[in-house]
Write a protein that binds this ligand. Structure first.
Ligand code: SAM
Length: 429
C-alpha cells in the first residue's frame, strides 16, 4: 500500500472508534481481518497514524477547525510526520486509494491557526474537566506535563537478573537497538521511532523465551525497585495482576524470602504462572483467594498496593482511554483504592510498610488518597521515598517530582517514563 491507502485505512479505523466507542486495539484488529491484503508494514503504519491522531486529538481538530476522522488523519501526517500539504497532494495524485483531498477550508485553517490561541486544555490535549486536577498536580508546568503525555512511548525492558545481566541482554538485542535505561538499574530501552516505523517484536527473540528479560515500562520497574525489598523479606503484592511488579521484586530479592502474589480478579492473575516459570522465580506463592492469606495477617515486611486507577499516566500507550475517562470513573477508582488500601493494611507487621502505587497523575488518586488513609489510620505515617530514590539511582539520572521529599511522582516530562505515583507508609512498631 502507498501512503494514500494507509491514510484512508487509518481514517476508516478512526471513524469506527468514534462511531462504536470501541477500544483502539479491537478496531485495528478488525480492520486487519477485513483487509487481508494489507501487509504487516501497512498495518503498523495505519496503527501509528491512528494512535498519533488519538494522542493529539483536540489540538489536531482545533488547528484543522474540523474534528472529523479525516481531518485528524491528515493532521497527523502534517503536524507529526513532517509532510507539507503540497507534498501530500502530489504524493496522492493518481492514487485511487487515497482519501478525498483536503478542502480549501482545511488548508486555510492548518496554515493560519496558531495553537497559542486555543483554549489551554486543547493546547495540552487533555479533556477539559481534568484541567483543574492537572493544575493542582503540576502548578504552572501542567501544560508541558500534559503535552508529554501526548508523545509516543518507548519500548522498555527489564533484565531478569536471575538469569542474565544487562550487558548480555543488550548484546542479544543488538539488532533491536536496545540501550541501557537512564534510571532503572536493570532497564533497557528501544527508542519510540517516527512516522511509519515499527517497534521490534522483542518477545519473538530467543533471549525472551529463555527468560532473560521482561517487557515493562521503566516507571513500573522504578516503583517496584522503590519498594526496596531485600533477600529474606516477606512481601505481599496485594494487587498483583499479571505479576509485572511481583517478578521485579522477586528478582531484586535474589529468589530468597517470599513474595505472596494476590489479586481479587483470578483472570488477571492467570498469566503470572507462565511468567514465573519462564523467569526461573522460586520465591513466589500465588494466591487466588483472600482466604489463603489468613495465616500472614499482620506479619509482612512490605505490602504493595499497585492500585486500580484511571491510568492517566499511561495515556501515551492507551490514548483512547484519555477521551473515554469520566468524572464518575475517577470516583469509582478512588473508592476501589480506599478499599484495597484498607484491606491490604491488615497484612503489614508492626514496623512494616504499606507501599501505595498508581499509574495515575491525578492528585485525587495519589497524594490526597495517601493523606486520607494516614489520617483515618494513625498507626501509619508517610516516610520519605526520595531518600530511597537517592540511595538506589544514579545522581545524574532524571529526577522525579516530589511533595517535600515524601511521595514520588514519575511522568513523561520529568523522568521520561509513564506516569506513576509512589508512597511509603510505615506502620508504628
Ligand atoms: C494496576 S493493576 C495491577 C498491575 C500489576 N501489579 C502489574 O504490575 O502488572 C490493579 C489490580 O488490582 C486488582 N484489584 C482491584 N481491587 C482489588 C482488591 N480490593 N483486592 C485485590 N486486588 C484488587 C485488579 O484486579 C487489578 O488486577
Amino acid at each position: 500500500m502507498r501512503l494514500g491507502g494507509r491514510l484512508a485505512g487509518a481514517i476508516e479505523v478512526l471513524d469506527d472508534i468514534e462511531a462504536r466507542r470501541r477500544p483502539v486495539a479491537d478496531a485495528l484488529k478488525d480492520w486487519g481481518l477485513a483487509h487481508r491484503f494489507a501487509g504487516s508494514g501497512d498495518r503498523a503504519a495505519i496503527g501509528n497514524i491512528v494512535y498519533d491522531a488519538l494522542r493529539m486529538k483536540l489540538s489536531h481538530a482545533w488547528l484543522m477547525d474540523d474534528d472529523s476522522a479525516a481531518a485528524l488523519g491528515w493532521a497527523v501526517l502534517i503536524r507529526q510526520w513532517g509532510y507539507s500539504p503540497e507534498r501530500l497532494a502530489s504524493e496522492f495524485d493518481g492514487d485511487n486509494f487515497a482519501p478525498a483531498p483536503l478542502t480549501d477550508a482545511q488548508i486555510a485553517a492548518i496554515t493560519s491557526r496558531r495553537l497559542e490561541d486555543a483554549p489551554l486544555h486543547v493546547q495540552g490535549d487533555i479533556p477539559e474537566w481534568i484541567q483543574a486536577s492537572f493544575e493542582t498536580a503540576f502548578g504552572d508546568n501542567w501544560i508541558e506535563e500534559a503535552r508529554a503525555l501526548a508523545g509516543r512511548p518507548t519500548l522498555d525492558l527489564r533484565v531478569n537478573t536471575l538469569k542474565a545481566n544487562r550487558d548480555k541482554v543488550l548484546k542479544a538485542l543488538d539488532r533491536a537497538g536496545a540501550q541501557a535505561a537512564r534510571i532503572a538499574r536493570f532497564g533497557m530501552r528501544v527508542a519510540a521511532g517516527e512516522g511509519a516505523s515499527r517497534l521490534p517484536n522483542v518477545t519473538a527473540e530467543l533471549s525472551f523465551q529463555k527468560g532473560w528479560f521482561e517487557v515493562q515500562d521503566e516507571g513500573s520497574q522504578i516503583v517496584a525497585d522503590l519498594v526496596d525489598a531485600r533477600e529474606g523479606d516477606q512481601v505481599l503484592d496485594f494487587c498483583a495482576g499479571g505479576g509485572g511488579k511481583t517478578l521485579a521484586m522477586a528478582a531484586a530479592m535474589h529468589n530468597k524470602g517470599q513474595v505472596h502474589a494476590y489479586d481479587a480478579d483470578r483472570k488477571r492473575l492467570a498469566p503470572i504462572i507462565e511468567r514465573l516459570k519462564r523467569a526461573g522465580t522460586h520465591n513466589v506463592q500465588v494466591h487466588d483467594s483472600a482466604k489463603g492469606l489468613a495465616a500472614i495477617k499482620g506479619k509482612l515486611d512490605h505490602v504493595l498496593v499497585d492500585a486500580p486507577c484511571t491510568g492517566t499516566g499511561t495515556w501515551r500507550r492507551r490514548p483512547d482511554t484519555k477521551w473515554r475517562l469520566t468524572a464518575r470513573n475517577l470516583q469509582e477508582r478512588v473508592s476501589q483504592q480506599q478499599e484495597a488500601l484498607t484491606e491490604a493494611s491488615a497484612y503489614v507487621r508492626p514496623g512494616g510498610e504499606l507501599l501505595y502505587v498508581t499509574c495515575s497523575l491525578l492528585p485525587e488518586e495519589n497524594d490526597a488518597q495517601a493523606s486520607a488513609f494516614c489520617a483515618a489510620n494513625p498507626e501509619f505515617s508517610i516516610a520519605p521515598a526520595l531518600e530511597t530514590w537517592d540511595k538506589l539511582f544514579a545522581k545524574d539520572a532524571p529526577r522525579p517530582l516530589s511533595q517535600n521529599g515524601l511521595t514520588v511522582t514519575l511522568s513523561p516530562a520529568s523522568t521520561d517514563t509513564d506516569g506513576f505515583f509512589f508512597c511509603r507508609m510505615r506502620r508504628k512498631g
